[in-house]
Design a protein around this ligand. Structure first.
Ligand SMILES: Nc1ncnc2c1ncn2[C@@H]1O[C@H](COP(=O)(O)OP(=O)(O)OP(=O)(O)O)[C@@H](O)[C@H]1O
Length: 496
């Protein structure tokens, strides 16, 4: 059988960083092939070379046995290669169908019909007329996947497609991918979720430090084995949460109502919760059920004067984000690039954005030395793989940028931390580390609110859980006394 795609000795460097070196890869038609590796191992770079976003410095790429030069994604698409990116590439001010029409030929009315049909067939429902800015991360990803499928590729590259999908959608997506495979499509699948890889993929290529370090059949290995192969060492054991006496209330929402004037947004109804010092409370739920709105109201991105939101004992509804931070609040937003970090600014300047109170500014001037030292400390403590504080945020791999943003906020030792999707895109070793640090902060008395779609994560670190569904918050559930099934039924609005 001629390989659909083969790479021979492919290398790519960015300055001093060898992102890929001497990579050999063979992708057969109709196979689902995983690319495994820790954050910064070079997975995304490799996919960019295959999709024509970047050109290799050395080596060759063969498509159906013929050498090809992929000078742009348009070249790759012409051959039959489609890609869904980890960072979304949709225009916020256009509707779903308008975005798709930029790449997929056809009249908008026909496209809208096909979008609905594909959505229904593959469990990727999305309203073709919805404006992208009003969509949740999960919905945006659905749009990206649909856009690719409409072009009927022979090779589909998926860069962490499941990281924002709820469990039910992951199962449906896998059914979709198997159906596509049965029609002969090959799939390159990047994920940090090893159980998913074992379930879905026929073969896996493991990268470490930009080189291929192994080729395995994932089904024949335990997730623990795969993790060890990937990170080159054994995983640390989880840190148990020590029981805590309940401390003071650090965040209190009482009957919070929020009428969203965006017709595609979610309104919040009568949301109440209390978060004490020394506890981690999780907000579970499928994305697009009010998580963005809740985070915006708590962080101060959206202000609503009144008494419904209290932080550290003060009504903060009318205070802006900077003011809330001065009370000891820190925030990790869901979107890393854009909200979490300014892409074309250095890491040092990105650190300054929220850490200026940590002695980095004097009489209005930035103190470059302390700024650099502070950033270097984040990089070291959180194992952020980057050349240093001067690197641009956009040059970091997705997981490393997430580690940096989490580190930046946790280094502030806040009294109250709100973290949305704290380990999104982070490899299993680093995710374990971030969760351990959250538990350690809690053990030292911080109050932590975690918004996550990963139930496993929430069950692992939270003392209590609430579930958000269509803007309603479930009652508080003690993690030790609830079950995945009970939380799952709240997630789909079926109550307890
Ligand atoms: N545009 C760029 N400029 C400079 N360095 C880059 C650029 N893109 C990637 N790199 C570097 O190349 C290396 C590989 O990054 P890549 O994004 O391919 O990793 P990854 O395996 O996909 O990681 P993740 O799991 O975190 O997404 C990293 O050290 C990264 O910092």
């Amino acid at each position: 059988m001629t390989a659909l795609l083969s790479l021979q000795g492919v290398s790519k460097r960015y300055g001093a960083v060898k992102a890929n070196s001497g990579i050999d890869l063979v992708v057969d038609p109709g196979s689902i092939h995983a690319i495994l590796g820790e954050n910064g191992a070079g997975k995304s770079t490799l996919m960019k070379l295959i999709y024509g976003v970047e050109s290799p410095d050395a080596g060759s790429i063969l498509w159906k046995g013929q050498p090809v030069t992929l000078a742009s994604p348009a070249d790759a698409r012409r051959l039959g290669i489609g890609m869904v990116f980890q960072h979304f590439s949709l225009f916020e001010t256009l509707s779903v169908v308008q975005n798709i029409a930029l790449i997929v030929p056809g009249r908008q009315a026909d496209l809208a019909r096909r979008i609905r049909a594909l959505g229904a067939e593959f469990g990727l429902e999305v309203d073709p007329e919805a404006m992208v800015h009003a969509l949740s991360v999960g919905e945006r990803q659905r749009v990206e996947i649909i856009r690719c499928l409409l072009l009927e590729p022979e090779l589909l590259i998926l860069d962490e497609p499941t990281s924002v999908l709820p469990p039910q959608s992951v199962a449906r997506l896998f059914d979709t991918l198997r159906a596509l495979q049965a029609r002969g499509m090959a799939i390159l699948f990047i994920s940090h979720k090893l159980e998913e890889i074992k379930e879905l993929c026929d073969t896996a290529t493991i990268l470490r430090g930009g080189q291929v370090t192994g080729r395995v059949t994932p089904r024949d290995h335990s997730a623990k084995d795969l993790a060890t192969l990937m990170i080159g060492r054994a995983m640390p054991p989880p840190l148990p949460a020590t029981p805590q006496a309940q401390g003071e209330v650090r965040l209190e929402l009482s009957g919070l109502d929020y009428i969203n004037d965006d017709p595609f947004g979610v309104s919040l109804r009568d949301v109440s919760l209390r978060l004490h010092s020394g506890e981690i409370v999780g907000i579970a739920g499928i994305s697009g059920n009010g998580q963005q709105e809740l985070a915006a109201l708590i962080s101060g991105e959206v202000m609503r004067p009144g008494d419904a939101i209290r932080m550290m004992g003060r009504a903060v509804g009318g205070l802006d984000a900077a003011h809330r931070r001065r009370l000891g609040f820190a925030f990790v937003p869901e979107e890393r690039l854009g909200r979490g970090a300014v892409p074309d600014m250095s890491l040092a300047d990105n650190a300054l954005l929220t850490a200026h109170s940590a002695g980095l500014v004097q009489r209005g001037f930035i103190r470059r030395g302390p700024e650099r030292a502070y950033t270097a400390a984040i990089i070291a403590a959180y194992d952020v793989r980057t050349p240093g504080p001067e690197a641009e945020a956009a040059a970091l791999s997705g997981g490393n940028l997430q580690k940096f943003i989490m580190g930046r906020e946790m280094m502030l030792a806040p009294k109250l931390l709100l973290a949305s999707q704290p380990t999104w895109g982070v490899d299993i070793g680093a995710a374990t580390d971030i969760r351990q640090r959250l538990v350690a902060m809690r053990n030292e008395g911080a109050a932590i609110l975690v918004i996550s779609e990963e139930l496993e994560e929430l069950f692992q670190i939270c003392d209590r859980l609430h579930v958000l569904h269509k803007g309603h918050l479930s009652p508080s559930l003690q993690t030790a006394a609830t079950s995945v099934e009970q939380v799952g039924s709240y997630m789909i609005g079926a109550g307890a």
